[in-house]
Ligand binder design. Structure first.
Ligand SMILES: N[C@@H](CCC(=O)N[C@@H](CS)C(=O)NCC(=O)O)C(=O)O
Length: 233
């Protein structure tokens, strides 16, 4: 069934990783998987443009159906393969309520984090995107402060959930699929486990999950040492 599915992806890309976790959870191993190199600009190849006119990954195709945006791809997989693998959207009213609450939290978080963390000129890629002569310590500090405020909210959210919990309660759901790659990226870039103990606990719990282990970014496996960009956030 997965043989008519194609995923073009890049190592370490949170949007790609969440789609890969969803594919694992839905027992769709065996799809056509093509790892592209950002360094070689392979995401700007004709192969990608023919699926995704933005020239971005993930680029995903199932038969004739193209679903590129990673949240949409995850929802698509869950809705097409509802009864296969892990049920990523709970059915009972109580669990569904928790899920919806956490899903909204995740969407708000992801919007904030994209701005504070990944946008050109934001924290992780500041030096990459902002030319040397245009860098300002005050701008970087402002981005870092905003990121700290946001992460404190995450810490509080996880604290209120209690130890050993997934984001929407006891079940692993789409909310975890979506947010985990970003949490892992934060720690890869040096976020302090001491300063964010709840986030670190959540990270440690989920990183052992088979779907997550199976889709761990290959270049992170090759080079286990990350960077310290976020050490003082
Ligand atoms: N909203 C998209 C974002 C995809 C995205 O930004 N992909 C990045 C890799 S993490 C990319 O391909 N960047 C290259 C570019 O934009 O040229 C999604 O969630 O699928």
């Amino acid at each position: 069934m997965a043989r008519n599915m194609t995923l073009l992806w890049g190592s370490g890309s949170p949007p790609c990783w969440r789609v890969m976790i969803a594919l694992e959870e839905k027992k769709l191993q065996g799809y056509n998987s093509k790892l592209l190199s950002f360094d070689k600009e392979e995401h700007k190849s004709q192969e990608v443009f023919s699926i995704n006119p933005r020239g971005q990954v993930p680029s995903f195709k199932h038969g004739d159906i193209i679903v590129n945006e990673s949240y949409a791809t995850c929802f698509y997989l869950e809705s097409q393969f509802k009864s296969q693998g892990t049920k990523l959207i709970p059915e009972s009213t109580e669990e569904l309520n928790y899920f919806l609450k956490s899903a909204v939290f995740v969407c708000v978080c992801m919007n904030k984090i994209l701005i504070f963390l990944f946008c050109p000129a934001a924290v992780i890629f500041y030096e990459y995107y902002v030319p040397e002569g245009e860098r300002l310590d005050s701008a970087l500090k402002r981005h870092k402060d905003a990121l700290t405020s946001e992460l404190k909210l995450w810490e509080e959210y996880l604290h209120n959930l209690g130890s050993g919990s997934n984001l929407a309660g006891k079940s692993f759901t789409l909310a975890d699929v979506v947010i985990f790659p970003t949490v892992a990226t934060l720690f890869r870039f040096g976020l302090s486990e001491k300063r964010y103990p709840k986030l670190a606990e959540y990270y440690a719990l989920l990183r052992e999950r088979p779907s997550i282990k199976a889709s761990w970014p290959p270049h992170w496996l090759e080079n286990t040492k990350g960077q310290d960009t976020l050490k003082d956030v």
